[in-house]
Every structure is written in structure tokens, then in C-alpha cells.
Design a protein around this ligand. Sequence first.
Ligand code: NAD
Length: 288
Amino acid sequence: MKGNVFIVGLGLIGGSLALTIKNQHPNTKIYGLDVHQHEIEKAIELNVIDEKVDSLQQGAELADLIILSTPVVELRKIMKQLSSMTLKDNVIITDTGSTKGEIMEAANEVFNGKVTFIGGHPIAGSHKTGVENADLHLFDNAYYILTPAPEISNKRISELKSWLSGTNARLHILDKDEHDYIVGMISHLPHLIAGVLVNQAKKHAIREPLIRQMAAGGFRDITRIASSNPSIWSDIVMDNRHNLLDLIEDWMNEIRKLTAVLQAGDEQAIHHFFEGAKEYRDSLPSHV
Ligand SMILES: NC(=O)c1ccc[n+]([C@@H]2O[C@H](COP(=O)([O-])OP(=O)(O)OC[C@H]3O[C@@H](n4cnc5c(N)ncnc54)[C@H](O)[C@@H]3O)[C@@H](O)[C@H]2O)c1
């Protein structure tokens, strides 16, 4: 592919996408914009982008592909701004937000079918943030979900897939609501649970300071994602709270069942609980 790519939000995901696009399509020019000047400077220094632009309007006018990679609440504000700007006729706008329902609804409202917007979510990442952590191989083998509205042609979807081919990800089309339910279960609920565990440990560490000193191995593994960017994750769980409330209810039912088993001292049931979890965990595909 040839043309101009404009990335708004030069963080971990926006920066990593810029690297994959430049690597796969060397004749592309990558422009970038961020609210933080130091991220823009770092992006230029690390050769993540070719040039900065001074405004959203300036980048939007030049672009054949616009990638919005800011926190999800900001994404919606930027989409609204873009909808009143002069864009190239054939521009494709996509995003990287971790929720899709609210974003697709906002896109439908602001672009009203006049611009090709294809929602996107690379299901890969890290608790690290910022362009200094951008990685050409971040998306290797990961699922990368696209949520085009039904009226988007296959031709436009294929074009976006070509732009994203350097991610080496598994590009997969999903309905926006199905997407939000799936990531609610495998990503957003685990983030909440990791946060609860860390806050619980902090509370108990007041009584027993060794808890903090000895937190290692398993505790660190299961709570790694509690180190993620709080702004990004507040936005995500607020967006997907409808699914999360159902999933939390279900989680509490599971905890209640476990509580009953422990109260009854039912050793066989506890063994069965761990056995079932191990069997399913061990059977998960190991592609990521
Ligand atoms: N980190 C992950 O694991 C992960 C994975 C998949 C998708 N996502 C999604 O990708 C998006 C970006 O996440 P990230 O991890 O790269 O975050 P990040 O914090 O590393 O980067 C976000 C960047 O957006 C910039 N920004 C914020 N508001 C802006 C605005 N109005 N205009 C221009 N720039 C703005 C910030 O300064 C920052 O540099 C989020 O929507 C997130 O939900 C994250």
C-alpha cells in the first residue's frame, strides 16, 4: 500500500501500529499527533512516525488512513471533530479502542454513513504505556478484531486488512456486541478482579506488613494487569459496564458456590473445582 497514514494518539498501540505499517509498506508516510508534546518528540526520535502535524485538521486532510489510538472517551470526541472536517473521499478511519459497542454507535451518529469507519481492536498489548514501549512484534499471532458496520463493502474491509497486514495478527470480523461480551469476560473482568486483589492485599498489609514484602510468584502473575494505565481502564470499564455487571453477578455466584463448599469442608468438591479449572486452562490455545 502507498499513501499517508495519520495516527492520533502516539502511545503503545498507536506507536506499535505505526511501526508495523512502515515496515510492511515502506512507501507510506506516517504522520502523528498526540496531546503530549513529549510523546510526539519521542515518536520522531524513535522513527515511529515520519512527521508531526500541528492540528487534527492538518493530519486529517492529508490522510488515506486515519488510526485513532487514544483512550476510548477521547476517541469519540475526535470522531465528532473529524466529522466536520474536510477529508479525502476514499479515507478509511479506524480505531484501536478496547470496547466497540459505544464507539460504533458514536461513529454511526457522527459519520452517518458518509465516511468509511471500521472499528478495530488488536487483542494484544501490555500494562506498559507510551511510545517508548512501541513494538513491531506486539501483535504477532494475536487476534485483531474488526467491527465494520453492515453497509461497509468487502473492498474497503480488504483495504484496511492490507494496511494492517504487517501486524502479523489474525484479522477477524465480529459484531460489536459480541466483541464487547467476549472481551468483557477475558479482559475487562480480569482487570477488575486484579484490581480488587491488589487493593485487598494493601488493606491486609496494614495489619501484616510482610504481605507486601512476600507478594511474589502467583500474586504477581495474577495481578500484573493491575499496573495498567488507570485512565485507559476507567474509560473501558465504564463503556462496557452493561456486560460487566452481568459478569460480576455471575462471578459472585461462583464465589458463593466456592464459599459454600469451603464452609462444608467438602474436600472432594474443592479438588473438583481445581481440577476443572486446570483442565480448561491447560486446553487453551497457546498462540499468544
Ligand atoms: N494497552 C493495551 O493493552 C491495549 C490493547 C488493545 C487496545 N488498546 C486501546 O488502544 C488505545 C490506546 O491505548 P494505549 O495502550 O496505546 O495507551 P497509551 O496511554 O500508551 O497511549 C494513548 C496516547 O493517546 C494520547 N492522547 C490522549 N488523548 C488524546 C487526544 N485527545 N488527542 C491526541 N492524543 C491523545 C496520550 O497522550 C497517549 O500518548 C485505547 O483506546 C485502548 O483501549 C490498548
